[in-house]
Design a protein. Sequence first.
Length: 678
Amino acid sequence: MDEAFINQLKELVMANLSDEHFGVSELAAEAGMSRSNLLRRIQKEQGCSASQFIRNIRLEEGMNLLLTESKTVSEVTYMVGFNSTSYFIKCFREQYGYPPGEAGQHQVETGSSATLPTKPSRTWIWITATVALLTVAFILFTPRQKQLIGDKSIAVLPFINDSNDSSNVYVVNGLMESILNKLQALQGLKVVSRTSVEKYRNSELTLPEIASELGVRYILEGSGQKQGNEILLSVQLIDATTDDHLWAEQYNQQMDNIFALQLEVAEKITSAIELTISPEEQERLNQAPTSNLVAYDYYLKGLDQLHKETNDGLNNGIALLRKAVNEDEYFALAHGVLSIAYYYKDRYVPNTTLGDSLIYYADKALLLNPQLAPALTGKALYYLQNNDVHQALEYLEKALEYNPNSATVINTLSDIYTNHIPNTGKYLEYALMGINLDIHANDSNTASYIYLHLSNALVQNGFVDEAIKSINKSLSYNPDNSISEYVKAYIVYAKNQDIKETEAMLHKALGNDSTRFDILIELGNVNFYQRNWEEARSYFDRYLQICHHLRMDPYPHKNIDMAYTYRQLGQTDKADELVTRFKAFIEQDQSVYRHLFWASYYAYLNQNSKAIEQLQQFTQQEQLQIWVPLFTPHDPLFDNIRYMPEFKTCMREIDTRFWQNHKKLKKQLNSKHLLDNI
């Protein structure tokens, strides 16, 4: 009877598969039972919620369609009842461990739950003892993470369309996003991103549970519809810490009053949570984007298409936004969003060169409104596209001033300070801001690597305890993340400074994949620091063999350590080759570590005075990573000068400067409450 009951439910879901509005309530009605009884029965028989049960059936059929029919991912999305391609892709990856575009490349097990792979399909990351490098990859499954709740923090959940006319969904979504955007422009309020709240569109979680996951105190939820020229909207604000309704209102307004409606809702919210707004912020809140409702309708439709995150959605969105600016040439917001859309089309659509369109619409938007965040962002993306990073920074930081909750701007700044203009302090600050606003927009495996990325930024800047918490979060999202195991070995060293413990942890990480050249060189490195020359050589040999086969030299700054090891063992020809490669590297290097590298080179040649001179210049450098004061005093290359007063003075200055910078950064981050959720 239980099996027959579940099969009956599956048939009902399949009969309504393409209906995105067919949810738990509709399934209960079709099955002739109450919603609560349905929830209990499915939980008992299937061990999951009713919404998960429906979603699993949709995903299984999506897999079947991808394997058996010549359909695009976008087509399958709507055939199986998802209203967003990006959300379908995220759910699919969580279910199967890879995106739907790779469906034909994997063997699939059918059933209500898929077997997830034990390792990510694409990972790349390395961390070295001197210069830690880290890159985010893609990933698998989702445990719940309870966050600390900030006092002035809010999530605006996706509004529900009360109408049977699905063609008007874009209006309800547009209302939600417009209110969200107004709140995001306020300095004193943390507002999680639209993509982070999208996963809760059909969630069975209680509002306090959602708020706890998102790390916010307040939840705004609403529903509405468009009937002719009327907008019907019902909204309520909940204090999730007490589950109390602070404010609720029902509106019946003409479309002509839509901007006044958005403003009133935003002001009611700020009043209810007692948020102080500056006169400049109030002035920006009061601004209506356009007086042309036809143009605004095109804008909302275009935005709805862009959020599908497909090529068709991008093209359709651009076409609709162009109609909007043709209707109203002074519509600054539409110009700004259009410039960003052209950036993504230029970047992701093959054989397109749209930089002229990007800069045209960005400049037009800035001419109309120089304080408009999307316009400033579009201009910044144009400069990034043309490798003018410093100009991009100027516009990004200005965009963040006018929209302090923009996850796009924050994540772009984090990337710049990681990969283009290395600055460990700013890298960490923006990484923390991005985590606070946007972590829930990612599937679990991606979240695992984001926390891995963050843990590296934390430990680089001396936040060792926080780095341990972050790397443990990475492993809680994906216990099979072998790269997190490897990075944790060095974070634990920063905590305990027990190199034997670090060596044992690296051995464990290597056991998961014996071809990992990044771990091989680190095992060689920890033995190098212990003066275990034979053991170090065994790992360096394996590392160099792999690099020779791959025709690569991923860690050129490590060649001097290997050269010293081989020279200690009498392999002078190999040592000479490696030290020559190291010299060629440092002659081109312009990083903050160049004087330290030259000091290593001169120490290798026993030119002690030159080595000391380079170390003295190095002591003036800022933004150093923790590995420098931790490892440099014990570096075998400096054995000949270790006991010289000048060397000891340099080491003290490096250590003092690092921890002074750490103290300043900690004060700065605490003032912004950025370390609260770690």
